[in-house]
Design a protein around this ligand. Structure first.
Ligand SMILES: Nc1ncnc2c1ncn2[C@@H]1O[C@H](COP(=O)(O)OP(=O)(O)OP(=O)(O)O)[C@@H](O)[C@H]1O
Length: 461
């Protein structure tokens, strides 16, 4: 038989949401999955589904939502209850004895971040709202959201790892957006470790610039998100500088979020002192998505891009592209472009034709010019359309030349073929581009770093 709390549970949650202006994603992640497990006298036991959000979430939910939930219950029922949270996985073992370990240790202090200017570069599309949660990433998602709601209070640092193109950057940008939305004055800095390295090199090399400017920039922020940390590995001076940045921020209770392709223990050349610091907080992983999640991601992308693609075609893509979400999304874009170019309706047959380079029968993926162009354009924040256009401004022409260089190095394509793929350019233009990049590489360390990062992203083995 249902009790009054269970009867009114939806009303209680809604009251809580409205009262505290809780975002939809936070509501969906933390509150909707809560279940009333038991009500005895004035003690309500609430079940947390730790399979979905991880057992660490119990402390976060207790701290962040314990008191507001208690108040909402009192408002709706006119009765004062104590509440206690338990993990779903431990529920069977529960001794239902009276306990006062409820929200009494709850701490509702609101730590507003120091108001200063925010200056991140963030992709507006990478938010929690556009992030599809599945079994492969639910723990990473929950931990990211907890950090976004309570920076420097829960997991510090938060270390997110996973294979190429599985959503690490998307999650990091989501955290930054969320924090800035709550507090537009927070100083949030998102950088790739490559950029961190380049800026450090620049500050050491450039006589006019003062190394302390570099330090000031990195140590006077509220939240540092550093993406693809694996690329500073092996660079001793960068590791050393990062170590000091980390310590300064951590000591002054600033949030640090790090992403990598491997967990700290598997990064061979990582200095021991950094490794142990990375493990101070919480380490979460993102795995390859299962079929249902792949379908959900494709549907989300279809909706966001305003495409209309037949379900059978979606199934074809989701069945055949398994391990990389970037490729999954790229496939959808490619099919759409192919159908426009050929002026044909999108069918499974057309999809098979359009994706023949991506989906080969023995599942051995070819590195294509399209894929290289996609990775390079993401890296330099230009669109693929701009890359293929006739624009000659340096910020577009240089990534284009880098694409030419990488196509030459990483594929079997001829100069003529590369030119065709990159907006129908002739082979002398391609040759010129490749020569330029080759020459620059001899002396430009920033470019060397970029090529190293791009090569690893294109071909992770
Ligand atoms: N769960 C998800 N829901 C929706 N889109 C996703 C999801 N995961 C990844 N994506 C999309 O897949 C693409 C690649 O993701 P992202 O760049 O975040 O991967 P990454 O793990 O940082 O890759 P890399 O290791 O190459 O840096 C992005 O366009 C991102 O929006």
């Amino acid at each position: 038989m249902k009790n009054i709390i269970q009867d009114k549970w939806d009303v209680i949650l809604q009251a809580l949401k409205n009262e505290h202006d809780i975002s939809d994603v936070s509501f969906r992640t933390w509150l909707l999955p809560l279940e009333v497990y038991d009500v005895k006298d004035n003690l309500i036991t609430i079940l947390i589904n730790d399979k979905q959000i991880g057992s660490d979430s119990i402390n976060f939910i207790r701290r962040k939502y314990g008191l507001p939930l208690k108040v909402a219950i009192e408002e709706v029922t006119n009765k004062n209850y104590e509440i206690e949270f338990i993990l779903g996985s431990k529920a069977e073992k529960l001794h239902k004895e009276d306990s006062n370990t409820t929200s009494s240790n709850h701490n509702n202090t609101n730590t507003a971040l120091t108001p200063t200017n925010a200056y991140p570069f963030l992709n507006p599309r990478y938010t929690f709202d556009t992030f599809v949660v599945g079994a492969n990433n639910n723990l990473a998602h929950a931990a990211s959201l907890a950090v976004a709601e309570s920076p420097a209070e829960v997991y510090n640092p938060l270390f997110i790892y996973g294979g190429v193109g599985l959503g690490k950057t998307h999650l990091m940008h989501s955290i930054a957006h969320f924090i800035l939305k709550n507090n537009p004055k927070a100083k949030v800095l998102y950088v790739t470790s490559e950029k961190f390295t380049n800026e450090l090199i620049e500050s050491i090399r450039n006589e006019n610039s003062n190394p302390s400017q570099f330090r000031e920039k990195y140590r006077n922020i509220d939240v540092l998100l550093i993406d693809d940390i694996q690329f500073i590995i092996g660079k001793e001076s960068t590791q050393q500088e990062f170590f000091h940045t980390f310590n300064t921020l951590h000591e002054s209770k600033k949030q640090i979020i790090i992403s990598s392709d491997k967990p700290p223990k598997d990064i061979e050349t990582l200095e021991e002192r950094l490794r142990s610091r990375f493990e101070w907080g919480l380490t979460v992983d993102i795995q390859s998505p299962d079929y249902e999640t792949r379908m959900a991601i494709l549907k989300k992308k279809e909706e966001l891009d305003g495409l209309h693609i037949d379900n059978e075609v979606m199934k074809y893509i989701a069945t055949n592209i398994k391990s990389n979400i970037r490729e999954l999304e790229g496939a959808l874009t490619k099919i759409d472009a192919y159908s426009k170019l050929e002026k044909k309706e999108i069918t499974v047959e057309l999809a098979t034709q359009a994706l023949k380079d991506l989906i080969s029968p023995n599942d051995k993926k070819e590195i294509t010019a399209d894929f290289i162009a996609q990775i390079v354009s993401e890296h330099f924040n230009v669109t693929q359309a701009e890359m293929l256009s006739s624009k000659k401004s340096r910020n577009i022409a240089y990534p284009r030349q880098i694409t030419m260089y990488l196509c030459r190095k990483m594929t079997e394509l001829s100069l003529t073929d590369i030119g065709k793929k990159l907006g129908n350019r002739d082979h002398t233009t391609v040759l010129h581009g490749i020569d330029k990049v080759t020459k620059d590489l001899e002396k430009d360390q920033t470019l060397q770093n970029a090529i190293e990062v791009l090569t690893k992203k294109i071909n992770p083995q």
